[in-house]
Design a protein. Structure first.
Ligand code: HEM
Length: 150
């Protein structure tokens, strides 16, 4: 199913989609890095409380709206005539990477609440490794949509 009117909007939809993706990815890459540093602080300390404010603002004011914009604009692109041939595999793989990114976003939100209530038990190493996950998923999503290898 496609919507003919969206062909007229296409360059703007794609530009805004890329802008939204950049903002969402910035948050997905930076939030786990904040958790790495937050692990080093004592619960209740002034530094820990400052991290909580930074984490809340990043998550609620940047990542959440950027994720929603990425999805709405991405769906608009998928409904634009002539862009996606669903018989090819690349779009399915891209959507899988996007779903996993959304899952990571949800997990990052749960870790934020743990820090907020001073009940994080995960070690710093966990967040260092978690930090790499969105990078890998982003590489898959971008290669699929640009190279369209299959
Ligand atoms: C619901 C989520 C998403 C959907 C349905 C979606 C769908 C699409 C579609 C249909 C296009 C147009 C392809 C074309 O012009 O031929 C596109 C472009 C693009 N998407 Fe997404 N996308 C989503 C999320 C994402 C995410 C999470 C990323 C990166 C992490 C991403 C990166 C890009 C990039 C870089 C382009 C521009 C490719 C080009 O220049 O041709 N998208 N997307």
């Amino acid at each position: 199913m496609t919507i003919p009117f969206l062909a007229w909007l296409y360059p703007w939809t794609k530009a805004l989609h890329i802008i939204a993706v950049i903002a969402w990815m910035a948050g997905l890459l930076y939030l786990p890095r904040l958790y790495v540093y937050h692990c080093e602080t004592a619960p209740g300390s002034e530094t820990s409380e400052r991290f909580k404010v930074m984490e809340r603002r990043l998550y609620k004011q940047i990542m959440l709206p950027a994720m929603m914009a990425t999805f709405v604009l991405g769906i608009m692109l998928a409904l634009t005539p002539g862009l996606v041939d669903w018989h090819h595999g690349w779009m399915h793989v891209k959507l899988l990477a996007v779903l996993l990114l959304a899952g990571f976003h949800g997990a990052a939100g749960r870790w934020r609440r743990d820090f907020l209530h001073d009940r994080n038990t995960k070690p710093q190493k966990f967040f260092r490794i978690a930090n790499e996950v969105p990078t890998l998923l982003m590489v898959v999503a971008v290669v699929m949509v640009v190279v369209q290898p299959f």
